[in-house]
Structure formats: C-alpha cells, structure tokens
Design a binder for this molecule. Structure first.
Ligand SMILES: Cc1ncc(COP(=O)(O)O)c(C=O)c1O
Length: 491
C-alpha cells in the first residue's frame, strides 16, 4: 500500500487512507482569509492590520471565576451535592497570568482549537489511549458536531454507512439528507456482533447495492440506545475486520468515562502511578488504543462529564485527515467555544486547576454516582414489573440508558400474518400513546431502528429510558410506567 508520509510513532509507515475522503472534501479549498491568518500567526512580530478582530481592551470582561467542586474530597460529587463549602475556583483572566488568557480565548481563534487547550487534550488522550499511530487533536463543538463533520469528510451521496442496528438518530439522521443510507449490524448486550459485520461486508454485492460501505459508526461504551458496551475481544475482532475490509471506524464515545462495576482501584497503584493512570487502566481499551493503521477517528465530548452547554469536544484522528477537518471548520463553525476552552485549560493545566489526577477523581466520582442511579432505577423497574413477564431490562455496564424490552408477543392482540409480518409496531405505538396520556415519556425504540434494506417490518419492541435524572423523577416515572404496561397487557 502507498504511504502518505504520515508515520507511526515506532517508525513504520501508515497506509494511505486518502481514498476514503468524499468528493466534497477533495473539492473544498482552504478559506483564503484563514490561510493568510495562519501565515501571520507563523510570522513573528507581524503587525496585524488585516482582520476585524475587536481589541481586547474593548471586551466587557476582564476575569471569570469558575466556582467548581473541591477535588480534595474522597467522593467529590457527593460532597458537591450536599456541602456548600466544598468548592474551589478556576480563574480565567485577560490581564493576569493564567493557563489560557481571555485575550486569546475571547478572540477569533484557530478553528481546530487554541494551542493551549489542544496541548492538554493531547496529554489527556495520550494518558487514556496511548495511540500508537500519529494522531492529531481537532477540537469540536461536541460529538454531534464532530461526528457529522466526519460524515461529511468521508461520505459521498449514494454511499452506505454501517452502524449498530439501533443507533442514535441525533447522528444517523444527518447524512440521510446527503443521500447516504444506513446498513444495520446486529448487536447484543456485548455490543456490535463482529460476525454480523463480517457477514454484511462479505455478502455485499456491489453490482446490486453500490459501493461496499467504508465507514463504520459505533458507540462502543453504554451504546445509545441499548446501553451495551463492546468487550475487548469484540473490539479487537472489529478492528481486524476494519483492516481487512478497509473501513474507517468512527468511535463516538461520550459515555467512555461512565463505566460501571469496576473493581476498586488499589491504593498502592494510585500511589505508584497516580490517580489518572490507575483509573485509565480500569477502563475498557478504546478502538483508538488498538489503532495501528490510523483508521480510527475517536470522538470525545465534555457534555456528559462537565456539562452539555459547554459545546466542547475533540476528535483524535490520523494526522493526514486533520487538515481536511480544519478546512471544513474554517468554512463553517469557525472555532470552538472560547469560554469552554478557557475552562478546560484552567481545569487541566491552570495554577488552581484539578489537573489530570483531579479531573480523573471527578469523573470517577461521577461514575460512582451514575452507577448508584442505575441501580436505583433497575430496582424500581424490578419492583414494578420484574415478575410480570411483560417486560425486562439488561443492566448496562456503562452510559445513561436502560433498554426496556416489552414482551409484545404476549399481548392478547399480537398477531403475525402468513408472510411472518407482525403488528408489533402498531402495538408499540399504542403503548407509547398510553404512556404519554398517563404522563410519562420514554423514548420508543423504533426511533432508533435502522431497517434492513429489504424490509419495512420493525424488529423493535423496546423503550429507552434514562437514569440521568433524579430519584424523584425515576420513582414517579417508573410507577406510572409499570401501571400502564400492566393495564395495556391486561385490559
Ligand atoms: C452516542 C451519542 N453521541 C453524541 C451525543 C451528544 O454529544 P454532544 O453533546 O457532545 O454533541 C449523545 C447524547 O447526547 C450520544 O448519545
């Protein structure tokens, strides 16, 4: 295979993957003003009279103090929720020294993110995933922004992409308008089934179905909506399939830090290697960490671990793809959120920041909190419907969702016609309506379903519900859900 000049860290060449780029990406030219701006950035002492950049003395902000949880508590999330005094402060300043000056954070900036924040995110990514191939960090406005940019980077109209058979429509809806269709790969509680991925690729007849899919979109931890998490063995098998069938893997991993039921971290390991490294070792290895050919684009977000309104995340991709992201950003979203970049840089590298170990303490504690909520909801569900035979749940090992299976074939009105088509979808719609009328909304599984190309028959007798909310919401909602489901089956 040809070499693109982009080198693995151990010196071996990476394959040329440029044939994966869409025609849109190939024909996009760099924004000429940004190209000149970058030239000026590289020219020391240049007097910039070219851009309409508001002067920093005219910003009506000189300092921002972010009051955050103190990371000195053993369980900082619980302390934060109950104890007003357990706080510390990150300061972002325009005129005083800090990790990322507000002069830069509030100015028009680099589309791929400011150097200070990219540097700390590179360190974080190295610590968590130790990617072997030469990767570049490109910042985003969160994972929806990042993944939909990846779709545009790679997809041409008429192509088909692969995804788990139930997937997050926030993503899968986007490329439909570009005439890209989805092909489902079956999954179970351990995530996408490698044998099914192989089957889809092997049986693909290009003369009938067009170009074989070259992009695999996957949510490997706490998959949305099913809550499944890919085992390490499956990750290895899927990566191997990706290499053999020349796939790009889009690893959308917003729930990566929320992995449950891990053995307690050992004090001697923390003492020896620090909290962040020890915590990282407890998490299932990512596709990025297995990537020796530069074919994984990993997409991380601060939405679930800091706050969704930050609109901040980062793509870790083969460096050969990075300039194409930059071109796309320069002619669309411009650059990530300035205050978010200031916050993250102070948090990870500022004088009063949490730094890597403190950040890991926060996410570990958050993870414990979500695990408690997961167990709370699972218990409620068990009390309401556990013995009914009408519904069941798998307990997820990560994420925020419980995937409820309704045993719709036990419903008195359930039927199948001679061709094997059932009225499942109609009954599920009826149950959804009844739940809404009773005052509870759970996401009907059919909104996540990716149909096989040769059928319109739904396979989805599920609801997605979340344990991200508070106990009161879960208690009331599950109570109504349980009663409504029983009435639905019994009347
Ligand atoms: C799989 C998946 N990707 C991405 C997102 C959204 O990420 P962000 O808020 O970073 O855009 C979500 C949920 O909101 C999700 O479930």
């Amino acid at each position: 295979m040809a070499v693109n000049g982009n080198v693995i860290r151990n010196g071996a060449p990476l394959p040329d993957l440029s044939h994966h780029l869409s025609s849109e990406t190939r024909s996009r030219i760099p924004n000429p003003m940004k190209a000149i701006w970058r030239l000026a950035q590289r020219t020391p002492g240049v007097i910039n009279m070219a851009n309409g950049d508001p002067h920093h003395t005219l910003y009506p902000i000189s300092e921002i103090a972010f009051k955050v949880p103190s990371i000195s508590h053993a369980d900082p999330v619980s302390a934060w929720r109950t104890d007003e005094s357990s706080t510390q402060t990150f300061i972002s300043s325009k005129d005083e020294s800090c990790a990322l000056s507000l002069r830069e954070a509030l100015q028009y900036g680099s589309g791929v993110g400011l150097p200070e924040v990219r540097e700390v995110l590179q360190q974080l990514t190295d610590l968590l995933h130790a990617p072997t191939a030469n990767h570049t960090i490109t910042m985003s406005l969160g994972n929806v922004d990042a993944v939909t940019k990846c779709f545009r980077l790679l997809g041409d109209p008429g192509e088909a992409f692969l995804a788990e058979e139930f997937s997050f429509p926030g993503m899968t809806n986007a490329p439909l308008a570009h005439n890209i269709r989805w092909v489902p790969v079956r999954l179970d509680k351990e995530g996408m089934i490698p044998e099914d991925l192989e089957r889809v690729l092997r049986d693909w007849d290009e003369s009938k179905r067009g170009k074989r899919p070259h992009v695999l979109y996957t949510v490997p931890c706490g998959q949305n909506p099913t809550g499944s998490t890919l085992t390490l063995d499956r990750r290895k098998d899927i990566y191997d399939i990706a290499c053999r069938w020349d796939l790009i893997i889009l690893e959308d991993d917003p729930y990566y830090f929320l992995q449950y039921d891990k053995p307690p971290m050992k004090a001697e390991d923390i003492e020896k290697d620090g909290f962040a490294k020890t915590f990282a070792r407890s998490l299932v290895p990512s596709f990025l960490s297995l990537d020796t050919e530069g074919r994984v684009m990993r997409i991380d977000s601060f939405s679930k671990i800091i706050a969704p309104g930050m609109r901040l995340g980062w793509i870790t991709s083969n460096s050969a793809f990075a300039p194409h992201f930059e071109n796309l950003i320069d002619s669309s979203t411009q650059h990530p959120h300035g205050l978010g970049q200031a916050f993250v840089t102070e948090m990870l590298a500022g004088k009063g920041g949490w730094h890597m170990d403190g950040f890991a303490r926060w996410v570990k504690s958050l993870c414990d909190e979500y695990q408690r909520r997961r167990d709370f909801l699972a218990k409620l569900f068990d009390t309401e419907l556990g013995d009914s035979g009408y519904a069941s749940v798998e307990i997820p090992e990560a994420g925020m969702f419980l995937w409820i299976k309704i045993n719709i074939d036990k419903h008195p009105k359930y039927q199948k016609d001679g061709a094997g088509r059932s009225n499942m979808l109609l009954l599920m719609e009826e149950l959804f309506q009844r739940l809404l009328e009773a005052g509870v909304m759970m996401m009907p599984g059919y909104v996540f379903e990716i149909m096989d190309e040769d059928t319109t028959d739904s396979r989805c007798n599920h609801f997605r519900t979340t344990f991200a909310g508070d106990e009161d919401t879960m208690e009331k909602g599950t109570g109504v859900f349980g009663k409504t489901v029983r009435t639905f089956f019994e009347s």
